[in-house]
Design a protein around this ligand. Structure first.
Ligand SMILES: O=C([C@H](O)CO)[C@H](O)[C@H](O)COP(=O)(O)O
Length: 210
């Protein structure tokens, strides 16, 4: 059984709430994507937290510095998970972990553009990170990259932390990602780009939960 996470990557506040309303019953985690949270700020988190009490909410801060200072207000406002860039370094990662601990919440370390992913994953888990995010970003996807090789390498470490996988995942690849060790399966474009986002989310969740 893996959880599903829908990445809300629109910049528009109302369109994001409308899409979340369609998709929330069909996924476990609502992700406020990085461009979306930068554009709309903490008010969007407060709105989604109030409207969707049954879903976990991940705020994709991709924090690069000032970990505790940046993340704490988002945990306070109801985020269940905040992300920090692995590339930020262990001091910043530890800062976000400290903020999460104050609220009994979780930290995801995003491995995007980390040169030695295995070493960083071990260091972050030893520091208390809950989730390792294997992630091929939108720009890397456009250049033809996928997350599958990185997923195999991180899963082989057996760190004990959950593994989240993002980067162009769709219904056709959900089983492959799940079998490779993902505990959280992220889908953005495969859901928001579908003619029926609720049906697309339900299809992915059926495979992930199966
Ligand atoms: O995290 C993401 C990206 O860096 C912009 O914030 C996406 O939400 C993530 O890649 C999932 O989206 P898809 O790749 O479209 O499934």
């Amino acid at each position: 059984m893996a959880l599903t996470q829908m990445a809300l990557d629109s910049l528009d506040f109302d369109a994001t709430v409308a899409l979340a309303t369609k998709v929330a019953p069909h996924v476990d985690i609502l992700e406020i994507g990085t461009p979306c949270i930068k554009h709309n700020g903490i008010k969007l988190l407060e709105t989604l937290r109030a409207k969707f009490p049954k879903n976990q909410i991940l705020v994709d801060l991709k924090t690069m510095d000032a970990g505790e200072y940046e993340a704490e207000p988002f945990y306070k406002a109801g985020a269940d998970i905040c992300t920090v860039l692995g590339a930020s370094g262990i001091a910043t990662i530890k800062g976000v972990i400290a903020a999460a601990k104050k609220y009994g919440k979780e930290v995801q370390v995003d491995m995007i553009n980390v040169p030695n992913k295995e070493a960083l994953a071990k260091e972050a888990v030893a520091a208390g990170a809950h989730i390792i995010g294997v992630h091929t970003g939108l720009d890397a996807q456009a250049a033809g990259h996928t997350p599958f090789a990185d997923l195999a390498a991180i899963a082989a470490l057996k760190t004990g932390a959950k593994i989240s996988v993002a980067g162009g995942v769709k219904a056709a690849t959900t089983q492959q990602v799940k079998d490779a060790g993902a505990a959280i399966i992220v889908a953005g474009a495969a859901i928001y780009g579908a003619a029926d986002p609720a049906a697309a989310a339900a299809e992915i969740t059926k495979i992930a939960h199966g």
